[in-house]
Design a protein around this ligand. Structure first.
Ligand code: ADP
Length: 465
């Protein structure tokens, strides 16, 4: 049952009062019907009338010499209520005994009976007490009267015992529903402040505190993710430093070796010289690209990076960016497929930078694809869309949100080369955003990955910046 804390408290307080009352009433009903063979309340109500009637008989007849005349009347009245009726005058003389044994005796001489008598004053017509009527109740009536006397105490006892039982039950319910989650929250807050995030909240009921616990757990989860990510970044930065120095040193050492060999003059053969020069050129290009990435990125970080935009037709842009790549893949086992139905729209771009984005994504695809890289384009809602699809190993779902983050690299063991700084997609994203565009990715593990670049189309009637 879904109850708010407020309802729980109201319900608790009410039940603390109502349930003991119900228990008292039920107990009385059970006792009334069960213990006495005649219904208790009925008899007790009637006994008053009977008593008053008997007292009235004596008030009317106290002057009569022989009270046996009232025998019949008394017998009729006392019935099941009283065993014996005595009338004692003010001097202590027993003037009437319904059993006809004690009349004429003094009341003080009599041994007190086990069952107590009920005593009532008999008042004469001129308001003077003339004697006492003593009534000996039958056993059930005596029990009932005793019970009536004991009733307030019994009610108190039942009430108090039920309240105590209720308090135990309610404190357990409230403690389970309020204190337990509060204690858990407290312990969780302690664990978080001591840096421990590897736990899960167990209280998940659908109430305010349950929601708070779930929310708290969500926060813990987020914090853990962000700390994990931060740790991963730190790790990447360290790796970056190591890999940058490695990536710089390897081609440099190699270049140095070739240059020294050329300087030494050992190489005379023109063909070998040419090959050496070629290798030097390739290494220098690689160095150049790496340094370029780092340079652009640090400029972007410092906010000093500017793009140099011009209005250009999208078909012209796409042709010049995509077609030359056909040659690159010609002698590889990657099939490079371009859908050449390029849209003819006007876009405002820095051709070199958008080229860099496309290059980077195609280059990534070439590292991971199985058989093909497919590029297709279209226009939707005033955006030129460029899709770059591969059928490679894909990117794990939980890594997808981070791949555009700087220095973020999906598990290194996936590639045979140690190539890559984790900057490519971060730079690409910044470049696309600088063009007021968007970049996104869809990927299925072992099925492939599709990157989508979206660039805004310029409407001719709109003035350009
Ligand atoms: P890098 O410069 O190291 O390649 P990127 O920022 O370009 O870094 O890419 C980030 C990560 O995204 C890479 O580590 C790579 O594992 C993953 N990735 C990028 N493109 C693809 C793709 N087409 N298929 C699978 N993984 C990819």
């Amino acid at each position: 049952m879904k109850l708010s804390i407020r309802s729980k408290l109201i319900f608790s307080f009410l039940s603390l009062l109502i349930i003991p009352l119900i228990v008292v009433v039920l107990t009385l009903l059970v006792l009334n019907g069960g213990i006495f063979n005649v219904p208790l309340l009925e008899n007790v109500a009637h006994i008053d009338t009977v008593t008053t009637d008997i007292v009235n008989i004596f008030e009317a007849n106290h002057n009569v010499e022989d009270l046996t005349v009232i025998d019949e009347e008394i017998a009729k009245q006392k019935q099941n209520y009283f065993n014996r009726v005595l009338y004692v005058d003010t001097d202590g003389n027993i003037r009437y005994d319904s059993e006809h044994l004690l009349a004429g005796k003094d009341i003080s001489e009599l041994i007190v009976e086990e069952v107590n008598f009920l005593t009532y004053d008999v008042i004469s017509a001129n308001n003077i007490a003339v004697g006492k009527v003593m009534l000996q109740p039958t056993l059930p009536i005596a029990d009932a009267l005793d019970f009536i006397l004991f009733l307030p105490t019994l009610i108190m006892i039942i009430f108090i015992v039920t309240i105590m039982a209720m308090m135990l039950i309610l404190s357990k319910i409230l403690s389970d529903g309020i204190l337990k989650p509060l204690r858990e929250l407290n312990a969780a807050a302690d664990r978080i402040s001591s840096g421990d995030l590897d736990f899960e909240m167990t209280y998940k009921k659908d109430d305010e505190l349950g929601k708070l616990c779930i929310e708290f757990d969500r926060m813990r989860h987020k914090l853990k993710n962000s700390l994990d990510r931060q740790e991963k970044y730190e790790q990447s930065r360290k790796l970056l430093l190591a890999s940058v120095s490695h990536d710089l040193r390897t081609p440099l050492t190699s270049v140095k070796g070739y240059v020294e060999a050329l300087q030494d003059g050992i190489i005379t053969d023109e063909g070998t010289k040419e090959r050496y020069m070629q290798v030097i050129m390739e290494h220098t290009n690689k160095l150049n690209e790496l340094i370029d990435d780092l340079f652009i990125f640090s400029k972007m970080e410092l906010g000093e990076f500017k793009i140099d935009v011009e209005n250009i037709s999208s078909d012209f842009l796409l042709e010049s960016l995509l077609l030359p790549k056909e040659m690159e893949f010609k002698d590889t086992n990657i099939e490079y497929i371009i859908d050449k139905h390029f849209p003819e729209e006007l876009v405002r771009v820095d051709k070199k930078r958008i080229g860099q984005v496309v290059d980077n994504i195609i280059h990534n695809a070439s590292k991971f694809t199985n058989s093909y890289i497919k590029v297709y384009t279209d226009v939707e809602k005033n955006y030129l869309r460029i899709f770059i699809e591969d059928d490679g190993i894909g990117i794990p779902k939980d890594e997808l949100p981070f791949i555009f983050d700087q220095f973020y690299k999906v598990d290194k063991s996936r590639t045979s080369t140690s190539e890559g700084t984790g900057l490519g997609l971060a730079i690409s994203k910044k470049l696309v955003i600088a063009h007021r565009g968007r970049i996104s990715v869809k990927s299925e593990m072992n099925e492939g990955t599709t990157f989508k670049i979206e660039l805004p189309i310029i409407q001719l009637e709109q003035p350009t910046e």
